[in-house]
Ligand binder design. Structure first.
Ligand SMILES: Nc1ncnc2c1ncn2[C@@H]1O[C@H](COP(=O)(O)OP(=O)(O)OP(=O)(O)O)[C@@H](O)[C@H]1O
Length: 350
């Protein structure tokens, strides 16, 4: 039987998206099928460019088309981040909040590198530093001392570094000046940071929340539709108790927890590379199981990561092939997949 587009489409009905549990054709993911002689060219539109299952989907497609006698199958991936029913902010599809139960677990480091990893995977990403009392993103991105500008409509223009739009209070208030704001002023500032800013078109606006559970968390969920939250923890049992509080806060604010990321998992010796689990092992994974959410993976404790934060060159830029960057890339793909599945479950298919 001749190789035709119809037969290819029929075969693709047997290829499932492993996350969504439906076939690629019913999901509307097959964008284009071209058959020329024995060659098949396919465009598959993913629900996020950061999809962690590209390799598996491609292999499944090739396996499904092999019995048709195709000599060569070429799969191209396209498709942008699928928006929720209502955009979170004008031009912004998803707001993702990153929280920790307590300070010092590396939440800001994780937020910066997750944002960069999502961007590296092809998404348009912004980062809002909502840690108003202890802003660190201007430093992380080497933007200290730079002042914000406004556009012709007098909306704030975020700064830009390594392809990420970054907005931090540190670029408004002089460095070293302590903020002693009460709830209403915090709320007003956050409102301005969300609504009076020219974010442009973003797939993800990643928000670095202050540690703990407080006014900013509450304000954020009142001011915008937060698509989901990420919990950052270190592996030891005492840290998990705090992290669980952060998860509880998301639950009370009706923000779905998309996953748990374990930071400072094992110390990697800069000389021999040997891992030492200083803070214990497996805590983040156990927490994810308890919360019935995804485990986004482990980021090691390394000298390079600490130094990169201090230098203002995030590890994803400084050493994109290194072990730390790869851990952030894996976590970003898992996060993007969690959000895609959630969007899919709440939306009629397009
Ligand atoms: N995986 C890691 N390996 C080495 N150093 C790390 C790692 N993660 C974070 N750090 C370092 O730990 C310190 C605290 O990190 P960071 O500021 O990101 O934490 P935080 O949880 O956001 O803190 P706070 O909530 O108090 O602002 C920084 O010096 C940072 O460079």
């Amino acid at each position: 039987m001749a190789l035709t587009e119809e037969r290819v489409l029929e075969a693709l009905r047997t290829v499932m998206d492993p996350e969504l549990g439906k076939d690629l054709v019913s999901l509307g993911m097959v964008g284009e099928v071209r058959v020329e002689g024995g060659r098949v060219d396919l465009l598959v539109n993913l629900t996020t460019p950061a999809c962690p299952l590209k390799g598996q989907i491609e292999a499944d497609i090739k396996r499904a088309l092999a019995p048709l006698g195709a000599e060569e199958v070429r799969v191209r991936f396209g498709g942008g981040v699928r928006p929720p029913e209502r955009y979170a902010l004008p031009g912004v599809k998803h707001v993702v909040a990153v929280a920790s139960g307590k300070g010092g677990v590396g939440k800001s480091t994780v937020t910066a590198n997750l944002a960069l990893a999502l961007s590296r995977e092809g998404a348009k990403v912004g980062l809002l530093d909502a840690d108003l009392y202890g802003p660190s993103q201007a430093k992380m991105f080497g933007l200290e001392g730079m002042r914000l500008k406004v556009d012709q409509d007098r909306r704030i223009l975020p700064l830009e570094a390594h392809g990420i739009k970054v907005l931090s209070i540190a670029n408004i208030v002089p460095p070293g000046q302590a903020l002693a704001w009460r709830g209403p002023i915090l709320h007003g500032t956050l409102k301005q940071f969300l609504q009076d800013v020219n974010w442009g078109e973003l797939d993800y606006l990643v928000v670095d929340l202050p540690p703990g559970t407080g006014d900013v968390q509450l304000s954020l969920s009142q001011l915008t539709q937060v698509s989901g939250g990420v919990i950052v923890t270190t592996p030891q049992e005492v840290a998990l108790i705090d992290a669980e509080r952060a998860a509880d806060m998301f639950r009370k604010l009706q923000v779905p927890v998309l996953g748990v990321l374990e930071n400072m998992s094992a110390f990697l010796c800069p000389h021999c590379g040997k891992p030492t689990p200083i803070f214990g092992e497996g805590g983040g994974k156990r927490l994810a199981e308890r919360l019935q959410t995804r485990f986004l993976g482990e980021v090691p404790l390394t000298l390079a990561l600490r130094e990169s934060g201090d230098k203002g060159v995030p590890i994803l830029v400084q050493d994109p092939e290194g072990e730390e960057a790869q851990a952030f890339l894996r976590a970003a793909r898992e996060l993007a997949a969690a959000l895609s599945v959630q969007t899919f479950l709440t939306l009629p298919m397009v």
